[in-house]
Design a protein around this ligand. Structure first.
Ligand code: HEC
Ligand code: HEC
Ligand code: HEC
Ligand code: HEC
Ligand code: HEC
Ligand code: HEC
Length: 500
């Protein structure tokens, strides 16, 4: 077989060799992959992304060389110059060695470049890259992540799935994100829910195996009121996370929603899925379907007919498994309970609420306001504080600044208010998005709002006034301060989201 003269030039030949070697490597890897069963997505990365790049470069080099050579011939270069020198004689040991050297060199070169790209790829999957490279942008997510139970689960394990399609999807959207950061057009706060999050059941169930789910668990909370003494108020709940006995599996309790035989679907009429006017519960084993509609909702049936139906999964309750932004109320209560904000400082809860719930434009201005506000308050109203207590004021300032910086990010407008947490019903509607007692089916059966279906209250009250339930009983809820029957008529979040 004879190729046109102009093909015989160093560039085209190097290109052709490169293409052949890459092709061989791809073939070998593919063969290895099918021999040893499906490998990880990383081998796929080589076969489908890195090697083809070299293949294309090699193939492109061929015409580049030809064109260059043709120009040289036009300009009168000796046509057979290179061809004559290009006689390869395998009996000649010099030629043989040169070819071996070239082939070995190419393989090593490709291999090293491959490793280089692989390492680069690995780096783009690391927590440091995701959390720190775009520091200002991802700071809220990174900081809250580090304070979460999942601080050792890599970002990509929840955000990027396995396989080539996820790889391409995430890197393409990553490219756009880099562009958005460089040109400063990214949204603040970053919008939620994340629509291309890896499917929750695929992610979460790798570690949280549903067949071995939880039964009851004791959930304890300590609150401090905004009176002078920062009065303590304790609530202990027995959470019915699973069934009464774990042998009953997912047949009852809160995780009943993720029983494989149950499929709960819903429609939301707002971006953040905070309002749910329509719910469909399907029992796949028995084939029953019940549709519940919110009797207080004004959403038209035609809107519902066209809306996107979402199937409930872990994220519809656990939407903040790794980025939980606590409200000032919540983190201050935690800090008083742990002692880092001393409970002995009169009115500290009230003053802290007043300052922490203001809007600040930067973290620095928040820091200054916390310091000035708290120091100023005690200097003015409690000039008789002892030296010890003055040190407590300093400790409180430090702790509250830390709490603020870990939960509220003014530059990114990220805070508890921007990212509602759907677990519970205290500061956000959460479970009460459906369990508000207002979702009715045709026969007026309601999705239950009974205070005892999800938990029983087993202890409540101040340190001296605490009441305790017997093991299988529940106390009736007592609101820490007298609001009459309001807690029965309104949902807790209607007051507590906007309280301070
Ligand atoms: C345990 C799983 C998990 C891990 C690990 C994780 N995330 Fe998330 N992330 C989520 C979930 C769930 C959401 C919220 C989804 C929703 O509301 O739709 C989210 C939301 C986000 C958002 C959107 C803004 C927001 O706060 O809702 C960003 C940005 C983000 N994560 C970045 C990161 C970064 C960076 C890391 C690593 C430092 C990381 N995530 C680690 C599960 C995770
Ligand atoms: C790589 C393994 C892994 C993955 C993936 C994972 N988790 Fe976890 N998760 C854990 C471990 C380990 C703990 C216990 C941590 C501890 O006790 O400090 C935990 C704790 C929890 C807890 C209880 C503690 C808390 O913060 O309330 C919840 C709820 C939870 N995970 C939900 C989820 C959800 C929802 C997802 C999917 C978005 C998920 N997890 C994905 C490993 C994982
Ligand atoms: C209907 C809402 C809902 C759904 C859906 C849901 N959970 Fe939960 N889950 C809860 C509640 C509520 C708790 C208890 C929280 C507490 O104790 O304060 C909980 C507790 C947990 C815990 C901690 C258990 C313990 O005892 O420490 C883990 C882990 C968990 N869920 C994982 C998951 C995973 C994984 C999925 C999806 C397969 C899921 N959950 C789906 C509401 C839900
Ligand atoms: C999208 C709507 C929706 C949301 C959100 C929701 N649920 Fe449900 N839940 C239902 C439906 C529908 C039923 C079945 C009707 C009933 O039992 O009232 C149900 C039933 C239950 C049951 C009784 C299960 C049994 O048979 O033992 C518990 C417990 C429960 N939910 C807890 C929760 C908790 C806790 C949350 C919040 C973390 C929550 N649900 C959020 C729709 C929802
Ligand atoms: C659909 C399930 C469900 C129903 C119905 C329900 N709760 Fe809850 N409740 C929860 C969950 C889940 C939490 C825990 C949230 C968390 O993990 O932070 C909770 C937490 C609480 C807390 C502790 C709040 C805190 O942070 O200290 C109190 C008090 C409480 N519920 C009272 C009530 C009362 C009173 C009713 C009846 C009006 C009621 N609940 C009905 C699911 C429910
Ligand atoms: C009508 C408004 C209103 C409703 C509804 C309401 N609360 Fe409250 N709640 C208050 C007020 C006011 C306080 C007093 C705050 C203080 O002194 O710190 C308070 C304080 C509390 C505290 C102590 C708060 C802290 O700062 O740590 C808890 C716990 C609490 N409420 C639980 C609930 C629960 C659970 C529900 C729903 C079942 C509920 N509340 C419904 C108004 C309300």
């Amino acid at each position: 077989m004879k190729l046109p003269e102009s093909f015989y030039n160093p560039i085209s030949i190097a290109g052709a060799l490169m293409a052949i070697v890459t092709l061989l490597l791809m073939g070998a890897l593919l063969a290895a992959m099918s021999l040893f069963g499906s490998a990880s997505s990383y081998v796929g990365l080589f076969i489908f992304i890195i090697l083809p790049i070299f293949l294309v470069i090699g193939l492109l080099l061929i015409p580049v060389g030809v064109i260059r050579r043709k120009r040289q011939i036009k300009k009168g270069a000796d046509e057979s110059d290179f061809t004559r020198r290009m006689v390869i004689d395998l009996n000649n040991h010099k030629h043989r060695n040169a070819i071996l050297l070239f082939a070995a060199g190419s393989v090593v070169f490709l291999f090293l470049t491959g490793i280089g790209s692989y390492e680069a790829f690995h780096y783009t999957e690391s927590t440091e890259f995701c959390g720190l490279l775009c520091h200002r942008v991802m700071e809220p997510e990174y900081v809250t992540y580090q304070n979460s139970s999942h601080a050792r689960v890599a970002c990509v394990e929840c955000h990027v799935g396995e396989g080539a399609d996820w790889f391409v999807k995430s890197k393409l959207s990553g490219l756009y994100q880099v562009y958005a950061v460089v040109t400063d057009i990214y949204p603040r706060p970053i919008p939620t829910p994340v629509h291309n999050l890896r499917p929750a059941r695929e992610t979460c169930e790798r570690c949280h195996w549903p067949n071995k789910f939880y039964s009851y668990r004791i959930h304890t909370e300590k609150h401090f009121l905004t009176d002078e003494a920062n009065s303590e108020w304790n609530i202990h709940l027995k959470m019915k996370t699973g069934p009464e006995y774990s042998s009953m599996g997912l047949t009852e309790g809160i995780h009943w929603h993720i029983n494989p035989d149950i499929r709960i679907e819903y429609i939301s009429d707002d971006e953040k899925r905070e309002s749910i006017p329509w719910v469909r519960a399907i029992n796949l084993a028995e084939g029953d379907t019940v549709i519940y509609k919110d009797i207080n909702s004004f959403v038209e049936d035609s809107v519902i007919a066209e809306a996107e139906i979402r199937v409930m999964d872990c994220i519809d309750c656990h939407n903040r498994p790794s980025h939980q932004y606590l409200s000032p109320r919540a983190f201050t209560d935690l800090m008083i309970a742990s002692g880092s904000v001393p409970a002995s400082l009169p009115e500290i809860k009230r003053v802290a609420m007043e300052i922490l719930n203001q809007q600040y434009s930067t973290s620095d201005s928040a820091d200054h306001a916390i310091e000035a506000g708290i120091a100023g308050f005690y200097a003015e109203n409690y000039p008789e504080l002892t030296d010890d207590q003055k040190n407590e004021v300093k400790a409180a300032i430090k702790a509250l600044q830390k709490g603020y910086s870990e939960n509220i990010f003014p530059e990114m407008k990220a805070s508890w208010d921007a990212y509602p947490n759907h677990i519970g019903h205290f500061e956000f509607q959460g479970c009460f998005r459906c369990h508000n007692g207002t979702h009715a089916d045709n026969a007026d059966n309601r999705i239950s709002r009974d205070c005892n279906i999800c938990h029983t209250i087993i202890l409540q009250g101040g340190p001296e006034t605490e009441s305790v339930a017997l093991a299988n009983e529940s106390l009736e809820f007592i609101h820490p301060n007298d609001i009459g029957e309001a807690w029965k008529e309104f949902s807790c979040a209607e007051c507590h989201r906007y309280m301070y």
